[in-house]
Design a protein around this ligand. Structure first.
Ligand code: MN
Length: 243
């Protein structure tokens, strides 16, 4: 059994309490082969109630987003794995994502959709948000000048992503932080991504993520979203990936 499979199994075994298993994850030293694996082939329970992120994201949006949109990605991923003969007991989910060019467009859209949403739920927590601290804060300041400058640049990437997609803070494959965005359900782990690396922060800018409350006002959704970012979780991802 490969390390990554073992780690994934360990995660599945201990992930009954939503996000609580993350603290028990092993430390990895090489993000190229052993990324910090929060995801599995199936949906984990949402780590908070549908209304927990109000007033910034409303309960109806969360419920539809989690039980309809995200659940459909997970179901379609399962179907694609059967059709394309992926042995999900042997291949770690992140390894599939990293080699996504080998699979169909259906696999790309739904594996990406599933990964991105599983990450997105964990990246949020009920307000108020704290600011990053420690090594992550240092890296952000060093790369972008200040936390505010980072938020502005990230917000610009999110606002200017035409149509549906995601904005990302990425730990680049060659090291260092970068901001980028991807179309549809692509993400920076994928071998087809323009900017490749380990996603630390991802913001869903599909209309389904904000339309009920914000309608066409994507910039207001983006501004308000900072109230929900779980920086302790982001710091953990950063620590694991840079250890
Ligand atoms: Mn979404």
């Amino acid at each position: 059994m490969s390390n990554s499979t073992q780690n994934r199994r360990q995660f599945i075994k201990t992930s009954g309490k939503a996000g609580m298993a993350i603290a028990a994850m092993p430390i990895f030293s090489n993000i190229a082969t052993n990324s910090f694996d929060i995801t599995a082939y199936q949906q984990h329970p949402l780590p908070y109630a549908y209304n927990a992120l109000e007033p910034f994201i409303d309960a109806m949006t969360m419920e539809i987003h989690y039980t309809k949109h995200a659940a459909t990605y997970a179901t379609n991923l399962k179907d694609a794995c059967v059709a394309e003969k992926v042995d999900t007991t042997q291949l770690a989910f992140t390894d599939l994502i990293k080699n996504i060019s080998r699979y169909s467009p259906k696999m790309r859209n739904n594996a990406g959709g599933h990964y991105n949403h599983e990450l997105f739920w964990q990246l949020m927590k009920p307000a108020p948000a704290t600011a990053p601290s420690g090594t992550l804060a240092d890296a952000i300041t060093k790369t972008f000048g200040s936390f505010d400058a980072f938020k502005t640049a990230f917000g610009d990437a999110a606002k200017t992503r035409f149509g549906s997609g995601w904005a990302w803070l990425v730990l680049k494959k060659e090291g260092g932080l970068a901001i980028c965005s991807t179309p549809n359900q692509d993400n920076p782990l994928m071998d087809i991504a323009e900017v490749k690396g380990f996603p630390l922060v991802g913001l869903d800018v599909w209309e389904h993520a904000y339309y009920l409350k914000y309608q066409n006002k994507r910039p207001d959704y983006i501004t308000n979203w900072w109230n929900l970012v779980n920086w302790e979780f982001v710091q953990k991802r950063f620590d694991e990936a840079t250890h």
